[in-house]
Write a protein that binds this ligand. Structure first.
Ligand code: NAD
Length: 256
């Protein structure tokens, strides 16, 4: 039966106890862990992400105007949360990784804040890519946003790869774009390796990402969910903590 805690401090204690009992802990994070860093989430009413209909992958490939619009929006969003720093939640998870309690984090986020909190790149699985740089869709070469922005602002032309002339896109996964196979494989390995899976700050409605908490539970791990509002998977969780992520995860940094 699901143990639901509305009071963050009771829930935080329960979560600490579960982590202390567990051998291997894997956290799965959504946009909610970054709101305390000043990065808005996706579904909370008023979200700037919902202001425009997303440009899907097909449109990006097909239309030069769609590419230019995607880059305009990208720079506008970047300006909204420039200088965002890791939250208490990011730092608590970095502590779990540093102490060997957790082999890695699976994230839906694209903001790079787990790495900024000190988790090595190889211990962060980014299911939806990374918005802090861009890649060429043809040859995969990495491009830095600062260079792309300078060129775009000077010419209003969508960037092309300096090496092969291919289309350059933010290194995130758009609607309609294939999930990154390597990240999906690593996420599955982490999920199957853990005996406690903790989903944090996600509405758990975006698939296939939300399939990982489900898989963990089906394979016998315990499932804890930390979110300020109900999620799609609360019913199957062993523990649900409804509260602010910083309040719930903050004590972990001190005790584990
Ligand atoms: P979501 O917006 O669907 O859900 C976020 C959940 O976190 C909500 O249920 C919200 O109530 C909760 N929440 C927000 N702040 C919280 C806090 N401080 N404490 C407790 N709960 C809090 O996000 P999602 O499930 O990650 O899906 C959105 C998709 O959009 C992701 O796949 C991601 O790729 C993308 N996205 C990423 C970012 C980012 O990188 N920071 C930001 C917005 C959207």
């Amino acid at each position: 039966m699901t143990d639901i805690h509305e009071a963050s401090h009771d829930g935080a204690r329960e979560l600490q106890a579960m982590i202390a009992q567990a051998g291997v802990v894997v956290a799965f994070t959504g946009a909610g862990i970054s709101t305390e860093s000043g990065v808005p989430d996706f579904r909370t009413p008023g979200s700037p992400w919902l202001k425009n209909k997303p440009i899907d992958y097909e449109d990006f490939i097909r239309s030069d105007e769609a590419r230019r619009e995607a880059w305009r929006r990208k720079f506008t969003m970047d300006d909204l949360y420039r200088g965002a720093q890791p939250s208490v939640g990011h730092r608590a998870l970095a502590t779990l990784v540093a102490r060997g309690t957790s082999p890695g984090i699976i994230t839906q986020n694209i903001d790079g804040l787990h790495q900024a909190a000190g988790i090595p790149d190889e211990a962060v699985v980014e299911l939806h890519g990374n918005g802090t740089y861009a890649t060429c869709l043809a040859c995969g070469l990495r491009h830095e946003l600062v260079d792309i922005r300078r060129g775009f602002e000077a010419t209003e032309r969508a960037p092309e790869c300096v090496a092969c002339g291919g289309m350059v896109k933010s290194a995130t996964i758009s609607f309609g774009q294939a999930m990154p196979a390597e990240a999906m494989r690593r996420a599955r390995d982490l999920t199957l390796a853990c005996d406690l899976f903790v989903a944090i700050g996600s509405s758990l409605v975006v698939y296939p990402a939300a399939g990982f908490p489900l898989l963990a539970k089906q394979r016998g791990a315990r499932l804890a969910i930390v979110n300020r509002e109900p999620t799609e998977l609360d019913e199957i969780a062993d523990l649900v903590v409804r509260g602010e992520i910083g309040d719930v995860l903050g004590p972990l940094a001190a005790t584990h």
